[in-house]
Design a protein around this ligand. Structure first.
Ligand code: FAD
Length: 442
């Protein structure tokens, strides 16, 4: 079948790859000049199957309320006159219960496991290199109270079969000796040896090149302006060349919407109200002055809620979230403060290890759902498929989401161990994750 994939981030490219594997004819459309130049570009680099708790939990509303006034808080909700933001916020509050948290964690662990296997298979098959480090993820805590909360979270994850170990300070330092200079401030940590890290952008661009070599057509610098529906089906996608200003309509048998945060506004004219809202985050990538003294285990600093990942001769510090619309600029006071805070914290943790004079700053819009569970499956328009809303874990869930959707489009049932797949993933029906159902009109 002829299939058009809208969006060349990690999700669109992994979908394209698996569609090619299944023998389909694939065209990928993206407004950027290459793959992975928006949210998949410079993220935290973690393949985080085991640290997958959604933001929505029973304590979240109080924390968010406390953080509302502070520019450098980990999660910033800037209220706007935007009904989509309010709808998202109210749905998020609805997920802040122990029961919803438990249900969402179960689903995210299942998707993470499936996706990890999918990623390993893909890497073994293609040999793609992307600064992969299979050294686990280490979450460290600087206060006794936070460590206690981390210990409880680890217990919960172990109940879901995740190998999250609780470590004392000495064990933390044994796993990542580079933390020694900060060691006196560490109360303890939790560690998942099976998690990984690697460069999502490099991986996605290399996979896109392999897709092209297998015959996929790539239309870069081409904006998607809208979808035309005729007789209850998508008849075409209106695109515009950003180089020449020309417009045309492309048609295919099936269409995949994988445009991250921008998927929601694309589908609204069709009467589909995906509950995806952008959560802006930042990263700073710095050249290492002393690579031998830098960390190689991927880290989570609980105090600042940031990820730190080693990518070859550079170190990436990433995190924080602002629910403030589609602004993806690095300008302005808040953006500058948030970026500077990442570098400052790195220097506190690893003094003199990186060249902090010229950090490479980046910002991206996480396509967030209130549950952190993505939309994967057929929409109510039979030839329009969704692969969007991967929030904080799109790199982790990318390979599996692409594989699952390609299976569905090909008329097969994915070999998913999702607790929630059941009926919801039957190809003839929309897949709205159990926990997101109430929040969607799809
Ligand atoms: C600070 C930060 C840290 C993160 N850390 C991690 C991490 O450690 N681990 C993890 O698993 N995940 C992490 N994530 C999340 C992850 O990066 C995202 O979930 C993932 O990149 C989303 O991929 P995507 O393909 O859905 O979106 P994108 O990568 O944004 O791809 C969407 C594509 O659609 C294109 N597009 C959009 N609109 C149009 C249009 N109108 N016309 C044409 N093309 C269009 C864009 O150009 C883009 O290429 C992090 C995110 C952030 C912001």
């Amino acid at each position: 079948m002829k299939i058009i994939v809208l969006g060349a981030g990690i999700i669109g490219i992994s979908t394209a790859w698996h569609l090619l594997e299944a023998g389909h004819e694939v065209t990928v459309v993206d407004r950027q000049p290459d793959a992975a130049l928006e949210t998949s570009k410079a993220n935290g680099a973690q393949i985080s199957v085991s640290f997958c708790e959604p933001w929505a939990n029973a304590a979240a509303p109080w924390k968010v309320a406390r953080w509302l006034l502070s520019d450098d808080s980990p999660l910033l909700f800037r209220p706007r006159l935007d009904p989509h933001q309010w709808r998202w916020g109210l749905s998020f509050l609805g997920q802040c219960t122990d029961a919803a948290f438990e249900r969402n964690v179960r689903q995210l662990v299942a998707l993470g496991r499936y996706s990890h296997e999918s990623l390993k298979t893909l890497v073994a098959r293609t040999g793609i290199e992307y600064q992969r480090l299979e050294r686990g993820i280490l979450h460290f805590f600087s206060t006794a109270t936070d460590f206690e909360a981390g210990t409880q979270a680890a217990q919960l994850m172990r109940e879901h079969g995740v190998d999250r170990r609780v470590l004392g300070r000495d064990e933390v330092l044994a796993i990542e000796p580079a933390l020694a200079a900060f060691g006196a401030h560490i109360h303890g940590g939790t560690y998942t040896p099976s998690d990984e890290s690697g460069d999502a952008c490099v991986f996605t661009q290399r996979l896109a090149a392999l897709c092209q070599a297998r015959g996929a057509t790539f239309l870069y610098e081409t904006a998607v302006d809208g979808l035309d529906a005729v007789g209850g089906r998508i008849a075409g996608v209106r695109v515009r060349s950003l180089r020449h200003g020309t417009t045309r309509t492309l048609s295919a048998d099936h269409y995949v919407a994988a445009m991250g945060s921008h998927t929601a506004p694309l589908l609204r004219p069709l009467g589909m109200w995906l509950n995806i809202y952008p959560a802006k985050g930042y990263s700073a990538t710095m050249r290492l002055r002393r690579p031998e003294a830098a960390s190689t285990v991927s880290l989570l600093d609980d105090t600042r809620k940031i990820a730190i990942s080693r990518l070859g001769d550079t170190i990436r510090v990433a995190g924080t979230a602002e629910m403030a619309g589609y602004d993806d600029s690095l300008e302005g006071r808040t953006a500058q403060r948030r970026c500077a805070a990442l570098v400052k914290r790195y220097e506190e943790l690893f003094p003199g290890v990186a060249d902090t004079s010229e950090p490479n700053y980046w910002t991206g819009l996480r396509p967030s759902t209130p549950t952190n569970i993505p939309y994967i499956g057929r929409s109510r328009v039979p030839n329009l498929w969704l692969n969007a809303g991967h929030g904080t874990l799109g790199w982790t869930h990318g390979a599996g989401s692409g594989q699952a959707l390609a299976e569905l489009i090909s008329g097969r049932r994915p070999a998913l161990a999702f607790g929630f797949c059941g009926d919801a993933l039957r190809p003839a029906r929309p897949y709205v994750p159990v926990a997101a159902r109430g929040a969607s009109t799809l």
